[in-house]
Ligand binder design. Sequence first.
Ligand code: SF4
Ligand SMILES: [Zn+2]
Length: 331
Amino acid sequence: MDILVEEVNPRIIINSCSRNSIQFEIHGVDISYVNGLRRAVLNELQTLAIDECVFNRNESVLSDEFIAHRLGLVPIYTDDLDCVQEQRACACNRGCKKCTVTAEIDVTNDTDEPMMVTDKHIQVAKDMLPTRPNGDTLRCLPLVDVDSSLDAIPIIKLNPGASLHVDLTIRKGRGKVHAKWCPVSKCVAKPVPIIVFDDAGLEYLEDFRPYAQHFVDTVCPKGLFELTLDGRVTLPPENLRDCVLCGECERFSKDELPSGVHDAPALPDTLNACYIRTSRTAFLIDIESIGTIPAPDIFKMAKSVLHREYLVPVQAAIQQMTHDAEGFDGL
Ligand code: SF4
Ligand SMILES: [Zn+2]
């Protein structure tokens, strides 16, 4: 039953990791698996977001729809996501304590200066919060109230005397329904670049140091090539991760060498110092969290969703089809 899933056992090399971002190499998988992982991060993970806004009073210069859109993108933190159900999976009709958290913004600018309304003005109704299995009340609040290092997110400016009163409904959802539930601001994957130096082309560059220096200084937009003390052109493996596969180094030709050099060695008609290729089984993945879920957890959750909701059902379907075909042959 688990043959397919067990076969997918990638090797992970972490290049950098913090609470909000992780960059790693994944080896031993093909591009479809990596793309599945990326799509699981973007579309399948569940988070909380403001889903509904009821405007009781809006005396700002922006229309309700603009403000509702901004509110939807405010990151909402919770310490136990499993405690909140998705509303479509809940037995209630119009929202209950298990699937819905209510909050409000009720601000009046009593000063003589314009006043900025931010996500710090969102007040969660604490008596309406779901209860955790251990009996504690769930923590659910804007991320800015949890992480003091964050700046408040501006929502709207109120003129002196103006008011804003909005009832908010926070629900659990997934990025495939609306981007406001996506837990990341970045999730990109690219194949690991492989550089193949052409010995003949490189020799011509290295025989004459100004050529080699010119190649190192100008050809790569990311400045990844280096010149060793003995005049050799190199590309250190740690630099290769930043290669954007633009192909400029491969396109480099003798026409791009500096002119007016009289004692230069004779050049061949074509000059290829290197070729860029890409791996089919190793990929670089870069994930940046919006802060509500730690980036390493996002990767682990996406991997488990991919296996549980896609690989295992596909495997079961294939086995069923194989079984049915065997039964048909036997008739
Ligand atoms: S492909 Fe582009 S970014 Fe990569 S090493 Fe070559 S020139 Fe630099
Ligand atoms: Zn409910």
